[in-house]
Design a protein around this ligand. Structure first.
Ligand code: IPM
Ligand code: MG
Length: 357
């Protein structure tokens, strides 16, 4: 089992260190190799995704990823910005299926800005298509507007596009996932306005014929954004395109109290995967030892489950996380009166201890 460890920038290094500690405390053997990515790689090698880092990732069974980005790189040319590293890994490894679960732990029900009764027991799985859509569509760029009311003016444009096979495969991933859960899929689109998403809706409906045991409904993305805060528990599996998924998954994360709790998995057709917390690099709190490592630790659990075929170890980690929450241990982002405030490292240590118990 070979794991490429790419901690990245900001809090990435601190939280990945805790996840590694947890992995190493299991009675499993991994080969782990660390490499630079994002701003850290740009500083050292002049590129956010150096050839050697990409090669290591491609040759591994799984990538454990921290986070990339810092405002100080915002003025670089786009291809050199830290975010290009994660986009490049997704594209080159073909990681088209992004799983972003939003689970509300009973202990954290009061950490959300929503009323506890709305979110108690919440368990949503957002499945975001990750290698297509307006994120990668060509052509894109800047030019002189060739037509329209402002012909001759400077303009910028991106292209939203999806091919049939891209939609079919992500729809299948969603229906298969729903079969292991509550057998409901909500496909989110903007078919009332966009050609791309009418096509999306038509194809998801077609693929659904192969999954008669799963209920399917369709929702426009604006309505989905509203329903997520109005009645979040109506959702089971949500499947959507790359851009809508980016936005809705951040929204869903806040239902659970803290984005610091949410893991994610990005898989390709051969189950090779990249595992990262759903949150970013948080440069404002980097180096302070206050970041929540649980999203990364839970991402390591997803890695064991999806790419390394170690379901039992994955469950053990998830149980250990529940245990430390039940013990009342909290990093700053999930702290509330009457709980015990701990650092990044203390939280990692507590999970290791809970695993051993
Ligand atoms: C995410 C992030 C990325 C995205 C950025 C960092 C490129 O927001 O993983 O959700 O937009 O996909
Ligand atoms: Mg995002």
């Amino acid at each position: 089992m070979k794991i490429a460890v790419l901690p990245g920038d900001g809090i990435g290094t601190e939280i990945v260190a805790e996840a590694i500690k947890v992995l190493q405390s299991l009675d499993l053997r991994f080969e782990m190799e660390t490499a630079l990515v994002g701003g850290a790689a740009y500083d050292a090698h002049g590129h956010p995704l150096p050839e050697a880092t990409l090669k290591l990732a491609m040759q591994s069974d799984a990538v454990l990823f921290g986070a990339v980005g810092d405002w100080k790189y915002d003025s670089l040319d786009r291809p050199l910005r830290p975010e290009q590293a994660i986009l490049g890994l997704r594209k080159n490894m073909g990681l088209f299926a992004n799983f972003r679960p939003a689970i509300c732990y009973q202990e954290l029900v009061n950490a959300s800005s929503l009323k506890p009764e709305l979110i108690a027991g919440l368990d949503i799985l957002i499945i975001r298509e990750l290698t297509g859509d307006i994120y990668f569509g060509q052509p894109r760029g800047r030019r002189v507007a060739p037509d329209g009311a402002f012909a001759g003016a400077e303009e910028a444009f991106d292209t939203m596009r999806y091919t049939r096979p891209e939609i079919e495969r992500i729809a299948r991933v969603a229906f298969e996932a729903a079969r292991k859960r509550h057998k409901r899929v909500t496909s989110v689109d903007k078919a009332n306005v966009l050609e791309t998403f009418q096509f999306w809706k038509d194809i998801v409906t077609e693929v659904h014929k192969d999954y008669p045991d799963v209920a399917l409904d369709h929702m426009y993305v604006d309505n989905a954004a509203m329903q997520l805060v109005k009645e979040p528990k109506r959702f089971d599996v949500v499947v959507t395109g790359n851009m809508f998924g980016d936005i809705l998954s951040d929204e869903a994360s806040m239902l659970t109290g803290s984005i610091g709790m949410l893991p994610s998995a990005s898989l390709n057709a051969s189950r090779q995967g990249l595992y990262e917390p759903s949150h970013g690099s948080a440069p404002d709190i980097a180096g302070k030892g206050i970041a929540n490592p649980l999203a990364t630790i839970l991402s390591a659990a997803m890695m064991l489950r999806f790419s390394l075929d170690q379901e039992e170890a994955a469950l053990r980690i998830e149980q250990a996380v529940k245990k430390v929450l039940a013990q009342g241990l909290r990093t700053a982002d999930i702290y509330s009166d009457g709980t015990q405030h701990v650092s990044t490292k203390e939280m990692g240590d507590a999970v290791v201890k809970a695993l051993a118990a």
